[in-house]
Each structure stands twice: as C-alpha cells, then as structure tokens.
Write a protein that binds this ligand. Structure first.
Ligand code: OAD
Length: 245
C-alpha cells in the first residue's frame, strides 16, 4: 500500500484477524453529524473568542465566569445531541473485538458512551466531570454555571471548582495506558481530527515506526495526511459503518 493513498470513491473495509488489535483515535469530527461544532470548523471561534482564549489555565485565572459559560453551553449542546452512525459503528466493533479494541478520544462529549462504547479513554477530559482546584478529585456534574455570581465551589474546602477538561498547556490524561495500547496495536484508525494538536497528532508517526497499519477517515485530509497508509475521504457517519461493519 502506498503511504497517503486517498480513497474517495470505492468501498473501503478493514478486515480483522483474531490476533489483531485496533487502536482508534477520534476527534471533534466524529460528533459533527450529531450537531456538535468542531473546533476549527467555524474558524475556531465561539461567541467571538478564540478557543484558546477559553480553554487555557490563563483564561481560567483571568475570567472563570467566561470559561464556565463556555463549558456550560457545551454541556447543553452535548446533552441535546444524539450519537450518530459513526459512534455506533465503533461501539459495534468494540462488542465484536472486546479487549482487542481500544478507543481513545480527544472529545469531551459522552456520545461514544451513549452509542454503547464501554471503555472510552478521554485524553482531554470529560464535559460531565468537574473537580475542585485543591482536592482535585473529579466528580460527576451536569449543572450549568452561566451566571458569574453563582460559580461552583468545593463543599469540602471551599476552593473553586473547574471543568475536568485538559486545557492547552496541561498534560493529557492516561498517557501511559494510551501509549501501551498504541504499541500493541496492529491497526490504528483515526477519525475526524485535524492532526493539529499534540500528542494525539503524533500517534500516527509512532505507529509508522512500529509498522502498524494506519487509516484516516474524514471529509478532508488532516494536516498529517502524509503519515497515513490510507486516507478514506468522507464523513464518519457515512464511512465508518462500511469500513468497520
Ligand atoms: P478540529 O476542529 O481541529 O478538527 C475537526 C476535524 O474533523 C477536521 O479535520 C474536519 O475535517 C473533520 N470533520 C468535520 N466533519 C466531519 C465528519 N462529519 N466526519 C468526520 N470528520 C469530520 O478538532 P480536533 O482535531 O478534534 O483540545 O481538535 C483537537 C483538539 O483541539 C481538541 O480535542 C481540543 C482542541 O482545541 C482541547 O480542548 C485541549
């Protein structure tokens, strides 16, 4: 197979042998057909703010009310969204492959779980978890904090409560576990991510060094397209059911 081969027309499908292990990385694109905006699709803007202006520790220190407004709105949008055929195809593949399947997502929504995925590794955190900046223990939280005068504080120590999200400049979660799984994979399937945020964008290079087959699915080539064995052009909901079904 020629690296970077683009497949736009014919039906692509991944065949798995019993010894195969599949590592899947998803990004904002897999939730696009569920109505959730991608980060860079709308110029990376939210209500006139750069995503970087509301998703950094600096933004949190400067204006926690704005940060909570942003994540409250995203909670609201995610609650109103439904998983699409792309999420469901990956959940069905997990059912088929069991422990030989690993799903790592950069997304903070819960659409993979609601589609039936059992083990989802949220490397950038979860929209429906919050944590005290002092106690640090994440807890389930579906509240909206849209008023600057009603920001949440910890019931134990009284410190501020923040979204359990990995912001720019912070370390992604569970990286040891994620690399362990990546090293053992026989195939890496990447869906709907622009290949612009590291370390996730570097997974494909690691896979290449180890001779692992790499496939990308999305409507346009990602920034790191050159690194993939195969690019399947199309949306997640259109292409994943045929590819992994
Ligand atoms: P981006 O917004 O950078 O990229 C979304 C990708 O999805 C693009 O490459 C689109 O072509 C693709 N896409 C759009 N519609 C699609 C569809 N229907 N099916 C499949 N693909 C589709 O989002 P991410 O790459 O996920 O980090 O962004 C990576 C990280 O940057 C995010 O996790 C977030 C962000 O800032 C943090 O918040 C730390």
């Amino acid at each position: 197979m020629v690296r970077g081969q683009v497949c736009a027309e014919h039906n692509a499908s991944m065949e798995f042998e019993p010894q195969d292990r599949v590592f899947v990385l998803t990004g904002a694109g897999i939730s696009a057909e569920s109505g959730l905006a991608t980060f860079r699709g709308s110029g990376g803007l939210w209500d006139g703010h750069c995503v970087e202006d509301v998703a950094t520790p600096e933004a949190w220190r400067a204006n926690p009310a704005l940060v909570w407004q942003f994540y409250s709105l995203r909670r609201r949008d995610a609650m109103a969204a439904e998983p699409n055929a792309g999420h469901k195809a990956l959940a069905a593949l997990e059912t088929k492959m069991g422990e030989q399947f690993y799903l790592c997502t950069q997304n903070v929504d819960d659409l993979h779980e609601r589609a039936g995925s059992r083990r989802v590794h949220h490397m950038h955190g979860s929209l429906f978890l919050s944590r005290c900046v002092q106690c640090e223990e994440p807890f389930e939280d579906r509240e909206m904090y849209e008023s600057a005068v009603k920001l949440p504080t910890c019931g134990v120590c009284g410190q501020a409560v923040r979204p359990h999200i990995v912001w720019f400049g912070e370390t992604p979660l569970d990286m040891d576990d994620i690399y362990d799984e990546l090293y053992q994979a026989t195939a890496v399937l990447v869906v709907g991510t622009s290949g612009s945020v590291y370390p996730a964008a570097g997974f494909v290079e690691i896979a290449n060094e180890r001779g692992i087959q790499t496939i990308y699915v999305g409507p346009e080539e990602p920034l790191n397209a050159y690194a993939f064995d195969e690019i399947v052009l199309g949306t997640a909901a259109e292409r994943l059911p045929e590819l992994v079904g």
